[in-house]
Design a protein around this ligand. Structure first.
Ligand code: ADP
Ligand code: MG
Length: 612
């Protein structure tokens, strides 16, 4: 008896669906991409039970014509390409024509759609690939897709889903990224009946950031921009004081697509290194536009990884432009209370957006308002087609982002500039720990220990980089005994020790003689530092040598720096401030803590209630 069978089409579809639909988040992603491809300017996403039970996506896009509906749910049905030649110039997000067929093979789908010119809309129900209803329906222009009971007919796949909470959180993250990649579209995300986020669609990225992450974060983001013939970089990076414990807040879009990239992570780490403590990572939202020659296009479109062909150049471009803003922006931490910070304008958008399931739509949105304020409701209105501006073509690619408006406040003369220095009024030393300086309507407070530490740190680094670390000779030499492992580490890094200023020679057996130490270490229990450097080098195999050395130099300079609680003379205080002036980054100590903070006069006057 024959044991080979041809699979029936439903089984084939279910198997194929596995490639497109892995979890509720992939359904949301595919449907969102369809709505964006359809030219929608407002999209609502609603989920229940982490999207496993219920997903609804409503858009005000082009809609699907009645005769096209059944076809759209067939495998490899697409309006976006006709032949393989079109692949070369496709600009829409999806084009494989697999999403609708895959989703409907493994769930219960209800579609409500109407094109602008059609007299009535259509309701189409398809469950597990089987048509259940096809009828006329009174619906607004645009499309609503409802997807229920994902994998109800594929228990094996359903088993692999995580909890509703986890699946829901994936979708929430996806929504954030979609909002960031399309500031020109108004998104609304409802999870278990509560509005989780909403953007205005006014194309202003800063407003999107404000909507997603709140006022505090948006006020601490600094715009970046870079452009050469092949690479354009736009976006925002967070000021160093808002660092996070992981890479989750580093979000990248390459040619409009949200991607992950360890190369970009590394570039950001490099640029932020002088400003952040170890194991702290920056906030960053970057938009890269690359000429196609820089990208490997053979990566599967649903995958998040991306392969760069000229990774080095892109790496350098990122480091350069991020370093640039971090250096030039006045990074003195503002001691002002957060509410004094400028609040970005939230633009009121009173457009009425078609939503068959919601009568009301809030006119403006900011996260704080959800809890703090009574929402203002719009009066229900019939949808008028004039308010919706749409394109006529499906292959309407919305560029991920327009050049970002630079909020270029006039570059204030930095507190630590040469011109400013002569106008400094040294008020004195506070608690034997802080130097207080008045300048230009502000009170600046300098942490003397952090400042000195930073000065020593930069000196050491400079010496190391210029290969002219100075050595202080020891007479007699210090003899240290090394274990086998320590010896191995030392041999591996011998030149590095030399470059930082150590002079060490084999003394016989497992003993080594230290004849010289870096000048900055002289008189400070040199053998301990030598051992410490060895420890660091042997433990931190993953990090580059340079990083290890810098981290170590940071700790060395910290120990040698003037302590908090040490009384300084006026001369000493002034010398310290003068030295700060010469630093590349005087604003953070090697551990990333602030060196200088400031109070405005206004802030003090508020405290004294001289002004309200
Ligand atoms: P693809 O997006 O790869 O073309 P899909 O299966 O996702 O394939 O969609 C099939 C077709 O259905 C699309 O090409 C498009 O013509 C139509 N379509 C899907 N969703 C929408 C929508 N929200 N608005 C308008 N047309 C849509
Ligand atoms: Mg699609």
């Amino acid at each position: 008896m024959s044991s080979i069978f041809v699979l029936d089409s439903q089984t084939i579809d279910k198997i194929a669906a596995g490639e497109v639909v892995e979890r509720p988040g992939s359904v949301v992603k595919e449907l969102l991409e369809n709505s964006i491809d359809a030219g929608a300017t407002a999209i609502t996403v609603e989920i229940k039970g982490g999207g496993i039970d219920y997903i609804r996506i409503t858009d005000n896009g082009l809609g699907i014509q009645e005769d096209d509906i059944r076809t759209a749910f067939l495998r490899h049905a697409t309006s976006k390409i006709k032949s393989v030649e079109d692949l070369a110039c496709v600009t829409s997000l999806g084009f494989r024509g697999e999403a609708l067929s895959s989703i409907s093979a493994v769930s219960r789908v209800e579609l409500l759609t109407k094109t602008k010119n059609a007299f009535a809309g259509t309701r189409y129900v398809i469950e597990g690939g089987r048509e259940m209803a096809f009828e006329a329906a009174g619906v607004p222009d645009g499309t609503t897709m409802i997807v229920k009971n994902l994998f109800y007919n594929v228990p094996a796949r359903r088993k692999f889903l995580k909890t509703a909470m986890t699946e829901g959180s994936y979708i929430a993250e996806l929504m954030e990224h979609i909002c960031l990649s399309h500031p020109e579209i108004s998104f609304k995300f409802i999870m278990n009946s509560s509005v989780k986020l909403q953007t205005s669609g006014d194309s202003n990225l800063q407003n999107v950031i404000y909507s997603l992450y709140g006022r505090e974060v948006s006020s601490l983001m600094v715009p970046i921009a870079y452009e050469d013939e092949h690479v354009t970089i736009r976006g925002f990076v967070g000021r160093p004081e808002m660092a996070r414990g992981n890479h989750n807040y580093e979000i990248y879009f390459v040619n409009g697509r949200n991607v992950r990239s360890s190369m970009i992570n590394r570039a950001l780490d490099e640029a932020f290194k002088p400003y952040l403590m170890l194991h702290k990572y920056p906030y960053a939202i970057l938009y890269l536009t690359l000429s196609p020659a820089f990208l490997d296009v053979n990566v599967h479109p649903t995958k998040m990884e991306i392969r760069f062909l000229e990774g080095d150049r892109i790496y350098r471009a990122i480091v350069e432009c991020v370093t640039d803003v971090l250096k030039h922006k006045d990074l003195i931490m503002d001691a002002d209370e957060p509410e004094l910070r400028k609040k970005p304008e939230v633009v009121k958008r009173e457009d009425v957006i078609p939503e068959p399931f919601e009568v009301h739509r809030r006119s403006t949105f900011a996260p704080q308002m959800v809890v703090a304020e009574e929402p203002t409701f719009l009066t229900p209105e019939r949808v008028s087609s004039e308010v919706i501006t749409k394109t006529d073509s499906y292959i309407q690619h919305t560029p991920a982002i327009e050049p970002i408006e630079m909020t270029s406040e006039p570059e204030q003369i930095s507190f630590l500039s040469e011109q400013a220095r002569v106008k400094h009024k040294l008020i004195g030393q506070l608690f034997d720990t802080y130097l207080c300086v008045e300048y230009d309507g502000k009170l600046y407070i300098i942490d003397q220990h952090a400042a000195h530490e930073k000065i020593r740190y930069e000196r050491l680094i400079k010496a190391y980089q210029n290969h002219n670390s100075t050595t202080q000779n020891l007479n007699p030499p210090i003899i240290v005994t090394l274990s086998l492992k320590e010896e191995e580490t030392f041999k591996q890094h011998e030149d590095l020790f030399r470059e930082t200023g150590f002079e060490v020679e084999h003394f016989g057996g497992n003993e080594y003689a230290i004849y010289g130490v870096p000048s900055d270490l002289y008189g400070m229990n040199e053998a301990t530092y030598f051992n410490e450097l060895l420890d660091v080098l042997s433990e931190q195999k993953r990090r580059s040598e340079m990083e290890t050395v810098l981290a170590h130099l940071a700790s060395i300079s910290c120990k040698g720096a003037v302590k908090a609680g040490k009384v300084l003379s006026t001369l000493e205080a002034n010398t310290l401030i003068d030295e700060l002036l010469s630093l590349n980054n005087p604003f953070h100590c090697p551990h990333g803590r602030p060196v200088i903070i400031s109070f405005t006069k206004t802030e003090l006057e508020k405290k004294f209630k001289r002004i309200l």
